[in-house]
Design a protein around this ligand. Structure first.
Ligand SMILES: Nc1nc(=O)c2c([nH]1)NC[C@@H]1CN(c3ccc(C(=O)N[C@@H](CCC(=O)O)C(=O)O)cc3)CN21
Ligand SMILES: O=c1ccn([C@H]2C[C@H](O)[C@@H](COP(=O)(O)O)O2)c(=O)[nH]1
Length: 264
């Protein structure tokens, strides 16, 4: 995860101070890329302890198509609480766009099922793409998607994933997002009998909130540990049948957690 630390330093060195929607203020750079070779280890940050439970449950919740936080609450995951209404609804966010994209004729498209089908049956396709950015429904979302699209690529029996983010909370959000798409890549690869290749992140407005600067500087004093490994204990019947217990992160050694306030 040296590349992540270099990104933090890049923003500190080159970032421009900007106001933002939350009123917190940021320093930001525009358009960056990070690449992770998944064969070299699972890209889980080691310079602060990450809460794997929140990351995995959020991903399983996206895949289920759910957009109410009831499932997350039941699992003790609080990361979406601030954006939900009194009934726990977030509107037509990720899960809805991934599984029930609403077309002009009123029919819905399950982008994840189509993705798996196409990777299995037409691996060379250049259309292995899922979009969460649905302009017609952005106004019906508690928060417009930050990771707005992802694409898979198959070559030499390996599956690679590129995911795009329009706006990146580099201290709190990005480590979660990288781990989440790494989990997803492993799951899709297993379902399609492929090995894992590269995970590539592309970010647009890549920022550090002003109230995270001290935390970032502390993190930059820390030496990364070797990356952990991901073990998936069984092969479920479909991409929608994974359970939290199917995953084990082995050899995760990390520095202690670093607290930071989330900008709402
Ligand atoms: N400002 C902001 N940053 C984000 O990363 C973000 C949003 N808003 N809004 C929507 C989701 C919610 N996400 C979140 C929300 C909270 C944490 C957070 O507080 N992380 C703590 C641990 C929390 C836990 O696992 O219980 C951390 O130290 O990483 C992370 C991602 C990612 N997204
Ligand atoms: O998965 C996520 C979700 C959200 N974020 C961050 C990026 C921004 O800091 C905020 C969203 O605010 P906007 O004004 O809508 O850009 O949330 C993230 O990093 N990862």
């Amino acid at each position: 995860m040296q590349a992540y630390l270099e990104l933090l330093q890049d923003i500190l060195d080159n970032g421009t101070k900007k106001e933002d929607r939350t009123g917190t203020g940021t320093i930001s750079v525009f358009s960056r890329q990070l690449r992770f070779d998944l064969a070299k280890g699972f890209p889980l940050l080691t310079t602060k302890k990450l809460h794997i439970k929140s990351i995995l449950h959020e991903l399983l919740w996206f895949l289920s198509g759910e957009t109410n936080i009831a499932y997350l609450k039941e699992k003790g995951v609080r990361i979406w609480n601030e954006w939900a209404d009194e009934e726990g609804n977030l509107g037509r966010v990720y899960g809805a766009q991934w599984r029930t994209w609403l077309g002009p004729d009123g029919r819905t498209t399950d982008q994840i099922s189509q993705l798996i089908d196409q990777i299995r049956n037409n691996p060379d396709s250049r259309r292995h793409l899922v979009s969460a950015w649905n302009p017609a429904e952005v106004s019906a979302m508690a928060l417009p998607p930050c990771h707005y699209a992802f694409q898979f690529y198959v070559a030499d029996g390996k599956l690679s994933c590129m995911f795009n983010m329009r706006s990146v909370d580099t201290f709190l959000g990005l480590p979660f997002n990288i781990a989440s798409y790494a989990f997803l890549t492993y799951m899709v690869a297993q379902q399609c009998d492929l090995e894992v290749g590269e995970l590539i992140w592309c970010g647009g407005d890549v920022h550090i909130y002003l109230n995270h600067i001290e935390q970032v500087k502390l993190q930059l004093t820390r030496e990364p540990y070797p990356l952990p490994k991901l073990l998936i204990k069984r092969k479920p019947d479909s991409i929608f049948d994974y359970a939290f217990e199917d995953f084990e992160i082995a050899d995760y050694v990390s520095h202690p957690g670093i607290k930071g306030l989330i900008a709402i």
